[in-house]
Design a protein around this ligand. Structure first.
Ligand SMILES: NC(=O)c1ccc[n+]([C@@H]2O[C@H](COP(=O)([O-])OP(=O)(O)OC[C@H]3O[C@@H](n4cnc5c(N)ncnc54)[C@H](OP(=O)(O)O)[C@@H]3O)[C@@H](O)[C@H]2O)c1
Length: 270
């Protein structure tokens, strides 16, 4: 990448996106211009961050330099968006602004940053270990190059999917709320093991290995989930007994509703 890139808010997610790109030398540290709110974060990055990037406090005059960068990653919390202002005297129009803010629409971004082409991205927390899922909704009139750069930012740490914006809420529900839902399922199944007398740590390890193994089996043997379910469910056996309890307690319906609810909440934020 040859462009200068501005990072507006260098927290957990921005760090997860940018650090591997710096590690792999896709971008050079002196091309990265990052701005944070507090002196504490500024000092922390200066003293502890492994790459020697340019970093500024948002209230400083020097931080205005970020508006000269061709690519911007907007990664503050949504409630801090009101503190970010595009200057009037912006030199190059139509620079790219990539927002990862949950629930902030392209329309709202474009109104706030009229001299930018604003792209909306939803990514999820496993991006911090290079296993993320990223959904991108494009604005109109982007160049091929701007699309390529946007994908490049995320391809290294996640699988990238392209959507129209109206699919981002359900994508967010599945992928961003999903890790919490799956964690709750792991916790509950582990408690089942605990109730049966297994130590907590062992029980949790067994549940996680079982889930990983199940996913590998489905993928490697190209099974459908119903085929796998039938494979391990014998007449009058233990598994059908377990599944019967889940159906009685409407677990399947509760999971479906949980995703719809998260998606509706995301729409409300937008
Ligand atoms: N966490 C997730 O699971 C997740 C997943 C996907 C997407 N997202 C989205 O990613 C965004 C960032 O989340 P995060 O978890 O990385 O947040 P975070 O760790 O709290 O980082 C936010 C960053 O924004 C900076 N900031 C605040 N106000 C600013 C201002 N006026 N100018 C410049 N920088 C400012 C903060 O600086 P200080 O440290 O100095 O305050 C901090 O560096 C959110 O919008 C969220 O919706 C989060």
């Amino acid at each position: 990448m040859t462009d200068k890139i501005a990072i507006i808010g260098f927290g957990n997610i921005a760090n997860a996106i940018i650090t591997p790109l710096l590690d792999k030398k896709f971008i050079q540290p002196n091309d990265v211009y990052c701005v944070v709110k507090s002196r504490k974060s500024l000092e922390n990055i200066k003293q502890n961050y492994k790459h020697n990037i340019n970093v500024y406090e948002s209230s400083s005059k020097e931080s205005k330099i970020i508006w000269d960068c061709q690519v911007k990653l907007l990664s503050v919390k949504p409630q801090h968006l009101i503190d970010i202002f595009e200057p009037d005297n912006i030199k190059i129009k139509d620079n790219l602004l990539v927002s990862i803010l949950a629930g902030v629409s392209i329309n709202r971004l474009t109104n706030k940053f009229p001299n930018h082409k604003c792209v909306r991205v939803v990514t999820n927390i496993p991006i911090t270990v290079g296993k993320g899922l990223t959904g991108i909704a494009w604005c109109e009139n982007l160049t091929k190059y701007q699309k390529k750069i946007t994908k490049k930012l995320f391809e290294n740490t996640s699988k990238v999917y392209e959507f129209t914006e109206d699919y981002l809420d359900i994508f967010l529900a599945l992928t961003s709320s999903g890790p919490a839902i799956v964690s709750l399922i792991i916790e509950a199944l582990s408690d089942g093991g605990l109730s049966g007398g297994l130590p907590k740590i062992l029980s949790e390890e067994l549940v996680m290995e079982m889930i990983l193994g199940t996913i590998s089996l489905i993928k490697e043997k190209k099974l459908t989930t119903s085929e796998l379910k039938n494979l391990v469910t014998s007449p009058g056996g233990t598994t059908i007994s377990a599944l019967r309890v889940l159906e009685k307690k409407s677990v399947r319906s509760a999971l479906i509703e949980s995703i719809i609810s998260a998606s509706n909440r995301s729409k409300e934020f937008s």
